[in-house]
Structure formats: structure tokens, C-alpha cells
Design a protein around this ligand. Sequence first.
Ligand SMILES: [Mg+2]
Length: 397
Amino acid sequence: MKITDIRCATIGDNPIVRILTDAGISGYGPVEFTKPYIKPHVMHLREALIGEDPTNVERVMLKIRQRGAFKPYGAGVSAVEIALWDIAGRAAGVPVYKLLGGKVRDRVRVYNGGVRERMTRFEPEDFAASVRAMKAAPHGFTIVKQGIGFHSGMKHEAGFHIGETRPSPFHGALDRGLMTERAFKHVVECVAAMKAELGDGIGLALDCGPGMMVPDAIRLARALEPYNIMWLEDMITGDYIPYVNADVYREVTQASSTPIHTGEQIYLRQNFKELIEKKAVNIVGPDPCDVGGLAELKWIAEYADLHGILMAPHGIADGALGIAALVQVSAALPDNYIAFELPAIRPAWWIDILEGFPNPLVKDGFIEVWDRPGLGVDFNVGKASAYLAEADKGFFD
Ligand SMILES: [Mg+2]
């Protein structure tokens, strides 16, 4: 089998990569909905892909893996990798999880990322109301995540931190600085209000930055010890920060028993090496759509497990096709797997143009792993074509 073409179209909010073959089999790979500008980056890989056998996934990846970088520039390579696995699975007649080593669980736990109302006020009662709504969602989430401090609108309020605020069109703009005592106490009060709402039946993870300074990070991790938080995410680096700072994370992680988490923006296993070997965090959270794909995430999970580090993949912006990709790889991860972040489906009609999902998709906080070939979901071309932009009309041809 040979690759004959590669295409990229933004459907709804998510760019989607399609790889075509001379066997009539196509594979699809998702890109985060935050990256409408990624198409040229995907298409520049075309020449390296044409004529290659897509079922030799690693051999193909060796040709293109150097053409990616930390988020957002690992997205093109990652989407191609996922599309290659989709083809390989379809060609072999097996789900992708079988090609990644086989499933070790029949259902995968998810945590809530995207089922939420946008917060406009940041008082303890607002945070309590936010997690109350998550708790009431029909998904039955067992873990929910909330942004606080530098990962919330609270950081724009006067007196939040000692430093400059830099207005920027980019998500993840880097405001950094020591928090004021009042802001620090406020964050702890907001966490207490959320835990009072959730009780001990639903885990609370907190996305905290980046932007925190080491003394605040240590103080916060210690102050929250009584609340048994699932993890504190991205306090030092993360989001769109193109470096890791593993030694700084190590200092924070060693200072308390609260689990410390990072990794959503990191590209390739090599860039997790120091975090894992130095035990700089307790949990890593690569995103398959940024780290380099599904096998890349599996390698990182295995290496992390050997070092006593847990795995909770990121996925908020990966869209409906991203859910399929995350289910396939998460089914095959070792026991250090906690849960993946359930991607938001934007717009809601996305779930109608892909066929093969269980209904309901999430039950009791889990997704049942399905057994169809490849990623196991198929575009309803008739329905999906209606949403293509004029310039992308030939995407499914
Ligand atoms: Mg995050």
C-alpha cells in the first residue's frame, strides 16, 4: 500500500488531516480547535509522505518527526501519525489499540475538561457553582478539572500578582509573578468551596498556570494537602511554553505530598526524559495531538510507569475525532493511567458527522472501548460534506 495524497480541511472548529492510499483506504487525524492556521504546516509534509507505505507507521514517522516542535507546531506531525494508525488498523481489520499492544481495559476513565459554562466572576461561590454543574452533568464524571489563579480570569484582577500584565491575542500569554497574600488566600478559599461541593466522591484537579513563582507553588501545594487534590497542573511551565524547566518542577514536587502535573505542550518523548528520570513531577499529561501521536504517548506512559510517575493525557481541544484517538491509546496504557481529558465537541453537530461512538458517549465517567477497525469511527460523508468550506469541497472526494 502506498500513500497517494494528503489533505487538510477545517471542519467546524477542528482542522482534520486526511491521508489517502492507492488501496482506497483513508485515515484521519485530528488537530486542536485552537489551530485554524495549521494547514500549511500539515501540507509541507506532503512530499515526504507520498509513495510511503502507511502501515509501516514508525518508518514513515522517521521521515517527518523532525518537522515538529512544542505546541502548537507538533500538531501537523501528530495528526499525520494518528491518521497512519487509522489506516494501519483499517488495513489489518483491527482497532488501533491492538496495534499499540492490545487493550488492558474495556472502558477508559475520562475527566471533565469541556463540560462547563465560561466563568465571568471568580469568587468562592462562583467556583462552587461551576463544579456543582459539572457534578450534575449526565456524564457522571468522577474527576473534574478547574482553572484557578494564573489559569483563570482571576489573574487579570487588580492586586492579583506583583508584576506586569501583558494583554495578548494569544492563549497562554505569559503573565508571571509572585501572587499577593490576598490573592493567595483567595485561591485557597476557592478550592475549599469546590471541595465542599464535590465531597470525596469526585476528584478535583486544578489547572494553575503557568506563571507561578516557586515559593507560591510550594506554598499552594502545601496549603492544599488537606484537600487531597488530584493534581496541580502547569504551575511553572505548560500551555504554550516551549520549554520544560524540569529542575524547577523537581523543587516544587519534592516540597509537598500534593501531586504535581505538567506536559500538555511538550513534543516527543525526548522532552519528557528529564521530567521522568529526575522525578520532577508526579503526573505527566501529554496531548496525542501535540506530542507526536499515539505511539509517542504510549512510550511516554510506559517510561513514566517505570519511574513511578502517573499519566493523565490532555485533550480539551482535540474534538470528536480526538476522542476516538484518545480512547484507542488510553485503552492500551499501563496501570499508571488515571483518565484523559474529555475533549469539548464544537460545534455540537460534530458528534453527528462521525459514526461509531457509543450512545451515550460517557457513562458513569467512562467511555466503553469499541472494537471497529482503525480509530473505529467513520465520517458520514453526506452529512459532513455540508459543513465543508468552499475551498475544501473536495476533501472527501
Ligand atoms: Mg492545562
